[in-house]
Design a protein around this ligand. Sequence first.
Ligand SMILES: NC(=O)c1ccc[n+]([C@@H]2O[C@H](COP(=O)([O-])OP(=O)(O)OC[C@H]3O[C@@H](n4cnc5c(N)ncnc54)[C@H](OP(=O)(O)O)[C@@H]3O)[C@@H](O)[C@H]2O)c1
Length: 215
Amino acid sequence: MKIAVIGAGNVGSTLGLAWAKRGHQVVFGVRNPVDDRYMSLASMPNVVVASNHDAVKGTEVVALATPWSATRDAVESCGILEGKTIIDCTNPVSPYFTGLVIGHDTSGAESIAQWANGANVVKAMNQIGFASMDAPNFPGGKPVMFVCGSHGTSKSTVIDLVTELGFEAVDAGNLEIARLLEPLAMLWIHLAVRQGLGREFAFSILRKHSKEQKD
Ligand SMILES: NC(=O)c1ccc[n+]([C@@H]2O[C@H](COP(=O)([O-])OP(=O)(O)OC[C@H]3O[C@@H](n4cnc5c(N)ncnc54)[C@H](OP(=O)(O)O)[C@@H]3O)[C@@H](O)[C@H]2O)c1
C-alpha cells in the first residue's frame, strides 16, 4: 500500500519506517524536502521524501504526525484529501503537556475531519509513546491500540496497519470516540512525564476469557 506520512519527526519517522520495512511504499511529506536532514530517511528502502502536496498524490492512506499547532496548516497544504483515509496520530496537547486544548464536545480528530473535507479520518497510534510504536515487545502481551472512525472501510484499513505493527487493534467506535481517546493519550503523557512511570509502558486489555471463547 502507498502511505503518505505527514511530518517526519519522532512519530512520523517511526511509523513511516515501520511500514516501509513491512513492504509498504512510504512518502514522507515535509516542509522542505531538499533539507539535508532528510537524506538518510530518503535513502531507506521503500521511502521517498516530498512536499506535503506531492506526498499525498496517488496515496490512499495519509498518516498525520505533526504537532497540534501545525496540523491545520499541514492538512491544508496537502490539497484535496477527499476520499482518502487519514490516520490521525496527533494529540491536541497544550505547550508543556499541561492538558488538551480541545475536548469534551469535540476532538482534534473531528477538527481534522472538517479541515480535510471529505476525507475519512480514523484516530489511532496516539495512545502510546513513539519508541513503542514499531513491534512493541512487552512481556505481558500485546499493547492495545484503540481505533475509531466513522467510515467502515477506512477503519478496517487502519486496523490492519496497526495490527501489522504488533498491536491488538480494538475498534472503539465512531470518530466522536476520539473525544475519549485523546484524553486517554493525555493520561499516558501524564503518567510518563509527571508520575514517573517513564515511557516504556503501554495500555492493554486483560480478559477473563479468550475472544474465541466469548464468540
Ligand atoms: N512523541 C510521542 O511519543 C507521541 C505519541 C503519540 C502521539 N504523538 C503526537 O504526534 C504528533 C507528532 O509528535 P512528534 O513527537 O513526532 O513531534 P516532533 O518530533 O516534533 O515531529 C513533528 C514533525 O512535524 C513536522 N512538521 C511541522 N509542521 C509541518 C508541516 N506543515 N508539514 C509537514 N511536517 C510538519 C516537524 O518538522 P519541522 O522540523 O520542519 O518543524 C517535525 O518533523 C503530535 O501531535 C503528538 O502529540 C506523539
